[in-house]
Design a protein around this ligand. Sequence first.
Ligand SMILES: Nc1nc2c(ncn2[C@@H]2O[C@H](COP(=O)(O)OP(=O)(O)OP(=O)(O)O)[C@@H](O)[C@H]2O)c(=O)[nH]1
Ligand SMILES: [Zn+2]
Length: 201
Amino acid sequence: MTDPVTLDVEGKIGTFDEKRAENAVRELLIAVGEDPDREGLLETPARVARAYKEILAGLWQQPEDVLTTTFDIGHDELVLVKDIEIVSLCEHHLLPFHGVAHVGYIPAESGKITGLSKLARLVDVYARRPQVQERLTTQIADSLMRILEARGAIVVIEAEHMCMSVRGIRKPGAKTTTSAVRGQLRDSSTRAEAMSLIMAR
Ligand SMILES: Nc1nc2c(ncn2[C@@H]2O[C@H](COP(=O)(O)OP(=O)(O)OP(=O)(O)O)[C@@H](O)[C@H]2O)c(=O)[nH]1
Ligand SMILES: [Zn+2]
C-alpha cells in the first residue's frame, strides 16, 4: 500500500491522511507504555496530527505556487533578504531544526523580480518538509535559478538541530551553516560582496 503522502514523478503530492496520523500517534503512546485513553491524552493524537499537518505543509506545495508575483523593473543587481526564520524537521529523527535563512539572487536578464515575501514563502515550502539542511539549502537556490531565471543565487542557512541538542550527542548551541551558490554569484568578487552583506550584523 502506498503512503498517501508521497511525491509522484512530477513532484506533486498526495493528501494528508489525518486519521492515519492520529492512529500512528495513538500507537506511539501505547508503545511507550502510556494510556492514550486517559483524560489528558484523549485529544493528543488529533492535536499532534494537526501539528504535523502544519509543520509539514510544504509537502503539499510546490515552489511555483509561491513564486507567483513577478514584476519587470529592470533591477540587475543583488536582491538579498536576510534572517528569514526557519523551522524544519530533520528527516532522520523527526525533530525540529531551526534558525535563519539568507536568500539572495541576481534577477534575470529580462529584469524579472519577485515580491520579497515570496522569497520567505519559498523558504517555507521547502523547510516544511522532512529535510536535511543541505538539501533545503540547495532546493531554495535551484528554485530561484529555475523559476525566476535568476542570473545568480545564494542561500545561506544557519540552524540548530534538536537531534544534536536534546538527545544523542547533546550539544545545545551547536550551529550548522550551509550554503548554495549558483550562476554569477559564483564569481569570486560578487560572491564575496554577497557573503559580506550576509555576515554583516
Ligand atoms: N548532514 C546532515 N546530517 C544531519 C542533518 N540532520 C541530522 N543529521 C545527522 O544525521 C545523522 C544520523 O546518524 P545515525 O548514526 O544514522 O543516527 P543516530 O544513531 O541517531 O546518530 P547520533 O545523532 O550521532 O546519535 C546524525 O549524525 C545527525 O546529526 C542534516 O540536516 N544534515
Ligand atoms: Zn536529526
